[in-house]
Design a protein around this ligand. Structure first.
Ligand SMILES: Nc1ncnc2c1ncn2[C@@H]1O[C@H](COP(=O)(O)OP(=O)(O)OP(=O)(O)O)[C@@H](O)[C@H]1O
Ligand SMILES: [Mg+2]
Length: 240
């Protein structure tokens, strides 16, 4: 899957919290048409790198290019307008607002009302479980349904690239499968995906290409299915 065209180019990025380094010289690339995953244990630096790509925290060094354009100094909002959309760890829905309101908020920077309405229908087609819940406060939904709202809300921004931070954590296998299916559908509609997961089994299954992050450094990368067969990856991340 994917072409040679590089959509996201993260090059030699280092990030610290105060004096404490969290990401050390990490590089990764997402090519057009790909689902790329970044797997790694708890504390490896996955969310830190994602937040940096989304423009929520600054790198100390390195560069993040989107479609060849340097994003350094661009705010998260500017990056959203460039088509980058983050679904953060823990979802961050507006629990007191209805599902419909949460989804509409995802489209806050669009003014094409008809296209927004069509995208809402499309998202509900991806996640039919949400249709009867549109009028319910998002906070009353199950964890799986809330994750569906979070993914759908991101899609409502009409992204060109989706950044998903642990979308399947704590969810039942049936829900994980639904989300995995939608990730593929989304990729096939031309949205590139960078997926962060502690659950390497799910991630390597869903992704085309994978990076392994350990202690803030990329220690291995390659075709996702090949990595899933790699002995070291199996021992460290797949419990084999
Ligand atoms: N806001 C913060 N302030 C200080 N240190 C932080 C902060 N957020 C993360 N860290 C530290 O940075 C390192 C990387 O954390 P990060 O959250 O990026 O890991 P992760 O790979 O996403 O882990 P998880 O799988 O648990 O989500 C960890 O050592 C963590 O303790
Ligand atoms: Mg994390």
């Amino acid at each position: 899957m994917g072409t040679d065209e590089i959509v996201l180019d993260v090059s030699d990025v280092s990030i610290s919290y105060g004096a404490v380094p969290a990401v050390r010289g990490a590089s990764l690339q997402v090519r057009r048409g790909q689902v790329v995953t970044l797997v790694g244990a708890n504390g490896a630096g996955k969310s830190t790198l994602m937040k940096c790509v989304a423009g929520l925290i600054k790198a100390n060094a390195g560069s993040v290019k989107l479609n060849g354009q340097e994003m350094k100094g661009a705010s998260a909002d500017v990056r959203v307008r460039h088509g980058l959309c983050l679904v953060p760890e823990g979802r961050r829905l507006f629990g007191g607002m209805t599902v419909r309101e949460n989804l509409e908020l995802g489209a806050y920077c669009r003014d094409d009302a008809r296209a927004v309405a069509a995208d809402l229908e499309r998202c509900l087609g991806y996640f039919p479980d949400l249709v009867p819940k549109l009028g319910a406060p998002a906070g009353t939904l199950s964890g799986g349904q809330q994750q569906m709202v979070a993914v759908a809300r991101a899609l409502m921004s009409a992204p060109r690239m989706l950044l998903l931070d642990e979308p399947t954590i704590g969810l039942a296998p049936a829900v994980v499968e639904k989300i995995a299916r939608v990730i593929h559908v989304v990729r096939d509609t031309g949205v590139d995906v960078l997926l962060v997961e502690q659950n390497a089994e799910v991630a390597l299954d869903v992704a085309d290409y994978a990076y392994v992050l350990e202690g803030g450094t990329v220690i291995q990368h390659g075709d996702a299915k090949a990595l899933a067969r790699d002995e070291r990856v199996q021992r460290a991340y797949l419990g084999m």
